[in-house]
Design a protein around this ligand. Sequence first.
Ligand SMILES: C[S@@+](CC[C@H](N)C(=O)[O-])C[C@H]1O[C@@H](n2cnc3c(N)ncnc32)[C@H](O)[C@@H]1O
Length: 407
Amino acid sequence: MGLNPRTPGSRPEPKEEVLKDFEELAGKLPWSDPLKVWKINTNFKKKKTKRKKINQNTGKEKINNGQGDKIDETDGKKGFTNNTLDSHILDYYENPAIKEEISTLVGDDLASYKDEKDESSKEETHPKMLKFRVTCNRAGEKHCFSSNEAARDFGGAVQDYFKWKADMTNFDVEVLLNIHDSEIVVGIALTEESLHRRNITHFGPTTLRSTLAYGMLRLCAPQPTDIIVDPMCGTGAIPIEGATEWSNCYHIAGDNNPLAVDRAANNISSLLTKSQIKEGEVSWGLPIDAVQWDICNLPLRTGTVDIIVTDMPFGKRMGSKKRNWNLYPACLREMSRVCRPGTGRAALLTQDKKCFTKALSGMGHVWRKVHTVWVNIGGLHAAVYLLKRTPQAFVHPSEQDGERTPW
Ligand SMILES: C[S@@+](CC[C@H](N)C(=O)[O-])C[C@H]1O[C@@H](n2cnc3c(N)ncnc32)[C@H](O)[C@@H]1O
């Protein structure tokens, strides 16, 4: 749910007036569709849990009914049952009966939860009163209100509007109030725990959030069979997210620090184990490799990479701003060599925007800037630059001198 109402943080309004805006916002939002999605998601989760419980009980019954001389066979069946449970869960979204149920739910005229609550007498059982909480995430410096104040006033208005009960710990609905400078995005959480650490088990000093890694990859619109490289992978958050979500592409993770490569390899290994457990006995592996290399001299052939997605050293916790003045131009040059002219693209994250912009300005013949997305990384104002490789062929300085690299 995106909106851009009167902008509470953009001008020096009295605090009371700004907080009043938050109160008024609750009644103006189009809640209906996001709540439908929330309901479908909640029903899915309930059904999943129910199926799991039924299956666990079935497994237990089988064990209890088994005869002493049939123990091996019963155990075998138990194993089979558990594996089929997982495949049932995986097939869940493909089940025609479930699909029908989704369309019925979507087709329901749920004008809003408010309307539905009024018709509660039609329900078979008494619906319980929904409990909710508002979580405010705020970035930007010029706000005259605190996150707590925004959540409190907006939450109060949500409570009045829906007649829900506020509960900070035992809530059914979590309303997210995300404020970035003068922009507000209101959403409904669909997961109880944050997904930003999914798939990462071995952390490093600058591990990127999986959610941001996903967003960066998505910006590049990966296509089946694309070769996607993170040449400064650290713990491998980007290629690991890539291998999970775009498994029809091939992902290469590289870093010059052997510790980072080890962490990435360990993360890949954990993911592999997890996918083996999920899939049962047979696993087809993951389309990903980890390598130690130097970004300035990649062991990759010229024009063979479709997409580069990387999180460059900011020069704060990793590297130094001074070193970036040499590193960034060298990175952009080598990336332009390996990236396919005409179709190649890159999403590069950095907080050292000044250095990046300067380096990019000297590379206009090979890289065209398509878009900049501003992101907040733990309070640092960073940017993701989406670049497109121009059709111009790469000419290596060594080729001009008659020397050639072996790749
Ligand atoms: C900001 S961190 C990347 C963090 C990573 N996205 C993660 O999730 O862990 C930048 C990485 O660049 C690597 N790096 C710095 N200079 C490099 C170079 N010349 N070649 C390859 N990697 C380099 C560092 O070792 C570091 O792991």
